[in-house]
Design a protein around this ligand. Structure first.
Ligand code: ADP
Ligand code: MG
Length: 301
């Protein structure tokens, strides 16, 4: 595995507000990472720090295992962190040619990148005639001009209509399929679930989870149970080695599994202990439920 970026206890304080709080994670080549968190959770500040546009308070980050200076490393990064800014009266192609001139990259990639974002047939249209989605796509093409190792996008579908959102997500998938590592920030669970292989979930600048997207769903699930003697039911569940956390919600017990177990096994166990159930169902959290659970977990702090 090749590490593209690693964060080590990265922290940013704005006065009394700790926007990013001891954040650590790393980004391996070829994956698509989502930084997921509600608005104000520190996603943009995190991206700003690693892109050297926001000064960190403490901790550190390393690009490409620290082999290059941040300045050199950032030449291999394509990023869109603000609203795309192009010249309104210049065409898509002219705008990209100007970007090439500024960045000192070769102009012969312009058509290839316009093709990737589905704008090749609009290359001669003035930027001011573009929809918001097309402007965002042009920004992606622009960020790809130097064939970056990693593409960084901050809320890439914000403000777009459903069709525009779909197009951007398809483009991200296509770029990822071509082997480019991607890091995107989003407050949309659905977006991260659809396009990312890995996720870092943050809330108030604190990391709650990081790992493969499908491993969040790969919990062993939980049982919902009822019996006439709820107290005895809870005691028996607590004694069971495969059962972890138990919650009581309006007369319904939820027992989370630490190890795999089917409904038949728990039913038999309880029956052998002399308890009959009046209700038993096995469920598994959707990613949304898990996300809400994760983000609620620390809401009392
Ligand atoms: P997100 O991108 O997840 O919505 P941000 O990184 O923009 O979150 O913001 C995280 C926190 O830092 C918020 O509480 C925000 O108000 C605060 N913050 C961000 N930028 C600044 C700034 N330049 N000055 C003061 N506070 C800021
Ligand atoms: Mg943001």
């Amino acid at each position: 595995m090749e590490t593209i970026l690693s964060l080590n206890n990265l922290t940013k304080r704005f006065g009394k507000v700790t926007a990013v709080d001891n954040l650590s994670f790393s980004i391996e080549k070829g994956n698509v990472y989502g930084i997921l968190g509600p608005n104000g959770s520190g996603k943009s500040t995190t991206l700003g720090m690693v892109l050297n546009v926001v000064n960190k308070t403490s901790g550190d980050f390393k690009w490409f295992n620290g082999k290059l200076s941040t300045h050199e490393a950032l030449k291999k990064v394509g990023a869109i962190i603000e609203h795309p800014n192009f010249y309104p009266y210049m065409t898509a192609e002219q705008n990209l040619a100007l970007v090439c001139k500024i960045k000192g990259t070769n102009r012969d990639k312009i058509h290839e990148k316009l093709e990737i974002v589905g704008l090749l047939d609009r290359k001669d249209s003035k930027f001011k005639t573009f929809s918001l989605g097309m402007k965002q796509r042009l920004a992606i093409a622009s960020a790809l001009l130097n064939d970056p190792e990693i593409l960084i996008l901050d809320e890439p579908t914000n403000g777009l209509d459903p069709q525009g959102i779909h197009q951007i997500r398809e483009i991200i998938r296509k770029i990822a399929a071509g082997g480019t590592t991607i890091l995107l920030a989003s407050h949309l669970l659905d977006e991260v679930e659809k396009v990312c292989s890995h996720v870092v979930i943050i809330r108030k600048g604190v990391k709650l989870y990081s790992g493969p997207v499908d491993e969040i769903i790969n919990s062993h699930g939980f049982f919902e149970l009822k019996a006439s003697d709820m107290q005895r039911l809870e005691e028996l569940l607590k004694d069971h080695p495969k059962i972890g956390k138990i919650t009581d919600k309006e007369g319904l017990l939820t027992a989370f599994l630490d190890d795999p177990m089917d409904a038949e096994e728990i039913n038999r166990y309880l029956f052998e202990k002399g308890l009959s159930l009046s209700y038993l169902i096995k469920r598994r959290e959707s990613l949304e439920e898990q996300f809400l659970q994760l983000t609620n977990q620390t809401s009392s702090n």
